[in-house]
Design a protein. Structure first.
Length: 343
């Protein structure tokens, strides 16, 4: 599995349509998607899953009104149950064969984070539909896994959390060792780094892309809450403590960088999983969720330091996080390469 900063052919998005994902707050969500698509399209192609030509026409109208370069957009008629493409979209692996990069899809099972939001049959079929469209080789490990639950450095090291991958609502028949072996077999990783809990309000049971991310092969950014009264304070400190003791697949120490947390956001009295770690790395940009608070510029500045060759841009995702996810959650990168031969 390549690192996210390796070259992309495109980024996948599934257009939002399930209004109850944002109860009483859906109206502003398509506008945030337009901003995100515009930012990504300035860097690379954007592939958008839509249910049918009628939906494509409506989305095209919104994108054109939002000054998106439509030469950088492709529509794909793939019906979805919801919008979280990081988790139901294809996860790609690559290999080099005689000087060319071949690409294939790993099609993990998807059960809407432990069966929380049925139905999810259309979402679960997305990797197969995309593999069929591109005549792409597809591997099926036969276990539940979401893209937001893992992050890799592209050289053999993978980050995840115990709260998610060891949750009994995913693969109760598998041991930790069996899950690790499946990751090694299908993603070609050699070392798995286990963090503990995710952030409060995260209905995915602790996805790592909300808390801790690789920004280079040997550098990790991780969010820290400075307020001892905040429920995220202790879990994030514990994850930071673990990271300081970790090494990569070659037993080399890792550079651990602190990212602040935004000011807490609430919906109906429940703290939302707002985090600066839910950024997307594109070919020429890093697109970061911001939330209209004092730590926005601090977080953008830290990330810009570690992506000197890319422009770090912030998009206010306060409406989006009402649905309990943000930029990384709605996107899935398609690495550059040619389709591996189907054997």
């Amino acid at each position: 599995m390549p690192a996210e900063w390796e070259p992309h052919e495109a980024t996948w998005i599934s257009w939002p349509h399930r209004e109850k994902t944002w109860p009483g707050a859906f109206e502003k969500v398509p506008g945030v998607f337009v901003q995100i698509v515009r930012a990504i399209a300035e860097s690379e192609l954007v592939r958008i899953n839509v249910g049918d030509p009628h939906m494509a026409k409506r989305v095209k109208f919104l994108l054109e009104a939002g000054r998106v370069d439509m030469n950088q957009v492709r529509f794909h008629y793939n019906p979805t149950n919801d919008t979280w493409c990081r988790d139901h979209g294809p996860i790609y692996v690559v290999r080099n064969v005689e000087g060319r990069r071949e690409r294939a899809i790993v099609d993990w099972d998807y059960n809407a984070w432990g069966g929380k939001y049925p139905p999810y049959d259309s979402d679960n079929s997305i990797p197969r539909r995309i593999a069929d469209e591109f005549i792409e080789r597809r591997f099926s490990p036969g276990i539940v896994l979401e893209g937001g639950s893992i992050d890799v450095n592209g050289e053999g090291t993978l980050l995840t959390t115990e709260a998610c991958l060891l949750n009994q609502n995913r693969n109760p028949h598998l041991t930790r060792e069996e899950i690790e072996q499946t990751l090694r077999d299908f993603l070609a990783v050699r070392k798995i780094l286990w963090l503990g809990d995710g952030i409060v309000g995260d209905d995915t049971d602790g996805h790592v892309d909300d808390i801790t991310r690789f920004v280079s092969a040997d550098t990790i950014v991780t969010v820290i809450e400075e307020n001892p009264a905040d429920p995220n304070f202790h879990p994030l400190r514990e994850n930071y403590r673990r990271l300081l003791e970790m090494t990569d697949h070659r037993d080399r120490p890792l550079n651990i960088v602190k990212l602040p947390m935004p000011s807490p956001s609430y919906a109906n009295g429940i703290q939302l999983p707002a985090s600066y770690a839910n950024f997307l790395i594109c070919n020429t940009k890093v697109v970061v969720p911001i939330y209209g608070c004092s730590n926005d510029e601090i977080a953008l500045g830290i990330l810009q330091e570690y992506f000197p060759g890319r422009k770090v841009v912030g998009i206010n995702c306060t409406p989006l996080v009402w649905g309990l996810g943000s930029i990384h959650c709605i996107t899935q990168q398609q690495p550059s390469g040619v389709s591996a031969p189907i054997e």
